[in-house]
Unconditional design. Structure first.
Length: 211
């Protein structure tokens, strides 16, 4: 069965970590629009040249260009058995655009975590700027404090993980992205799981919801 999945949830809810775990469980790729655009810009493809003009001007890349790049990426052979969308759509207009292009997730799975828990999570989160691995001082600590398990790079706390920034990101999420739950619920595709607890426990809930 081909599974097209989008993970929904607030920043800090664990979408990235769980996307990687589900990807491994189901042997399907995680498709990040950010990665696609960066690759297109680096390789100077037609889409990359269009996107770079906006990036260089300090502007957001229009949804239509992002969706065009995404559609091309989904034609690759590794997406034949399904894929997990990461970072797009973030708004209802973006979701509607994907539907128009025939990119329709069978399941939109929302990871539900209270805002107070997210603020606590973000305070302990550490990332590796070299390989983008994510750790947490309490919930998912590296084997050696301050050192990435994967590439041995130095871990840092991102500037947008400070409390004031986290609260603003949560406000934007509730205003712009959380309505996606209603959009996919109306289409009969929404499933929700509790996103608190250990990583393996949360992953078990997700896999049960996808079964």
């Amino acid at each position: 069965m081909k599974l097209v999945l989008i993970l929904l949830g607030a920043p800090g809810s664990g979408k990235g970590t769980q996307a990687a775990m589900v990807s491994k469980n189901l042997s399907v790729p995680v498709i990040s629009t950010g990665d696609i655009l960066r690759s297109a810009i680096r390789e100077q493809t037609e889409i990359g040249i269009k996107a770079k003009a906006y990036v260089d001007g300090g502007k957001l890349v229009p949804d239509e260009i992002v969706a065009e790049a995404l559609k091309q990426r989904l034609e690759d052979s590794d997406c034949a058995n399904g894929y997990i969308l990461d970072g797009f759509p973030r708004t209802i207009p973006q979701a509607e655009l994907l539907e128009e292009l025939g990119i329709s997730p069978e399941v939109a799975l929302s990871i539900e975590v209270p805002d107070s828990d997210i603020e606590n999570r973000m305070a302990g989160r550490r990332v590796c700027p070299a390989c983008n691995a994510v750790f947490h001082k309490q919930n998912n600590p590296p084997k050696q404090e301050g050192v990435c398990d994967l590439c041995k790079g130095s871990l840092i706390q991102r500037a947008d993980d400070n409390p004031e920034t986290v609260r603003e990101r949560l406000r934007v999420y509730h205003e712009q992205s959380e309505p996606l739950k209603g959009f996919y619920e109306r289409l009969g595709r929404l499933r929700c799981v509790v996103g608190t607890g250990g990583l393996e426990e949360i992953n078990r809930r997700i896999m049960e919801a996808l079964a």
